[in-house]
Design a protein around this ligand. Structure first.
Ligand code: ZN
Length: 422
């Protein structure tokens, strides 16, 4: 791998004024950040003139279902249980491995174009998604998804074997254990999931307390909340990543914070499915680790982390006062907080870290004037101002273009039409 020198790019650390720096990327890491990188250090680096650009951390999507991009707009304007049972699960039953590949490619394209270089994915036919991630040059934590109602005992066994062998893992693509939820996975299989995550050192990723009825049903079945159930089964700890966490009681928050588990907020999806208001300010006050995700394309209906980041910041303020979750902290929720829990030494622009980032156009109308770069990015801009995306020291988008994007869109459109008519 070669060297890239980002010449005179605008950067900003929290609380400081934006400044121009030279940034040298050597292989897949930021190797030198200084006022001026001398030519003998830069060597034969490709020099990119960045006087028009700011360098910001790329997004890391903490929770999604990539190939659901094919189901975008298929069932809208209804609550979670009707949406899942009457529309999504019946159509998903018809998805083939090829559909998943095409849908994943559309999703990864969408993510790259909105500045995302990593996603935690809970879905089916994981091999196809893994292949697409490798091809398109980004990172992912690919879930081996467990749901009792949707698989046979042989299917379950195959999944656990897949995990035991760490099948297909690479530097950019890792696996995670993903029991769907406490309503889709019974106590016995939840225990098996927790056991293998411990034994093989995987993240344990689950939908948790997404709706009020999930909590009620859990109480009726188990006599406790979903958080208490996970705790009772030994499934709450630093490796636990729980998506949604909308309906936590005070006691749930206390248990969750103490366990060092992370709550992944998905505000757009929660609003659209009318699941409720994620209690961002209260979770922060309780000391819960927070990160951010988009959820899937059929409940959001896009994979743009910027929208969820801004919404999370605004939500925290309306709940906890205007000083709650400042722009720089909202950006951390969407970047380094997600990277860290997925074992990535990434999510911030600093020497020694993995060279992931985005070049944002400073002449975009929403980036002018630039009193505060982070404020502009979090509260004003959108993905149209992203010029280029770097992942692992390589450009995966340059000048607003991703290799093969026209074919990806055409193929996904044809595939989704065919799927809906099956
Ligand atoms: Zn989800």
């Amino acid at each position: 791998m070669g060297k890239i020198l980002l010449k005179s790019v605008l950067m900003q650390n929290a609380g400081e004024k934006p400044v121009r720096k030279d940034v040298l990327i050597d292989g897949n890491r930021f190797s030198k950040i200084s006022d001026q990188v001398s030519p003998d250090v830069a060597g034969n680096a490709e020099v990119v003139d960045c006087k028009n650009f700011a360098l910001l951390p790329a997004f890391y999507n903490g929770h999604t279902h990539a190939a659901m991009s094919l189901l975008r707009g298929y069932a809208d304007d209804m609550e979670l249980s009707k949406w899942l049972n009457q529309y999504i699960w019946p159509l998903e039953a018809k998805l083939t491995a090829k559909d998943i590949e095409i849908g994943s490619r559309l999703a990864v394209l969408e993510m790259i174009k909105s500045g995302t270089v990593f996603f935690a994915d809970m879905y089916w036919h994981r091999e196809q998604t893994m292949k697409v991630v490798e091809e398109m040059g980004i990172r992912a934590s690919i879930g081996v998804t467990i749901a009792d109602n949707l698989m046979t005992e042989e299917g379950l066994k195959a999944n656990f074997e897949f995990l035991e062998k760490h099948t297909g893992e690479s530097e950019r693509v890792k696996l995670a254990v993903m029991p769907h939820s406490v309503y889709a996975v019974g106590e016995a299989n939840l225990k098996r999931c927790i056991g293998i995550a411990e034994k093989e050192n995987y993240p344990l990723h689950i939908h948790l307390s997404e709706t009020a009825s999930e909590v009620e049903n859990c109480k009726a079945q188990y006599g406790c909340s979903p958080v208490e159930l996970l705790q009772r089964l030994g499934g709450l700890g630093a490796r636990t990543q729980a998506a949604h966490c909308v309906h936590f009681s005070e006691k749930d928050m206390e248990i969750f914070a103490k366990s060092s588990a992370t709550a992944i907020m998905n505000p757009c999806s929660n609003f659209k499915l009318s699941s409720g208001f994620p209690q961002i300010a209260r979770l922060m006050d309780a000391g819960v680790n927070l990160a951010l995700g988009t959820d899937g394309d059929s409940s959001n209906n896009n994979l743009d982390m910027h929208e969820d980041m801004k919404l999370a910041a605004l939500l925290a303020k309306v709940q906890g006062g205007a000083e709650k979750l400042p722009a720089a902290d909202a950006l951390k929720m969407a970047t380094v907080n997600v990277a860290k829990i997925n074992g990535l030494d990434a999510g911030a622009i600093s020497e020694g870290m993995l060279a992931d980032g985005i070049l944002v156009r400073l002449d975009n109308e929403r980036m002018v004037p630039c009193h505060d770069l982070i404020s502009n990015w979090v509260y004003s801009a959108d993905s149209r101002s992203i010029d280029s995306v770097l992942c692992d020291g390589k450009f995966v988008m340059r000048g607003g273009h991703v290799d093969g994007e026209e074919d990806i869109v055409r193929e996904a459109d044809a595939c989704a039409r065919d799927l809906a008519s099956r």
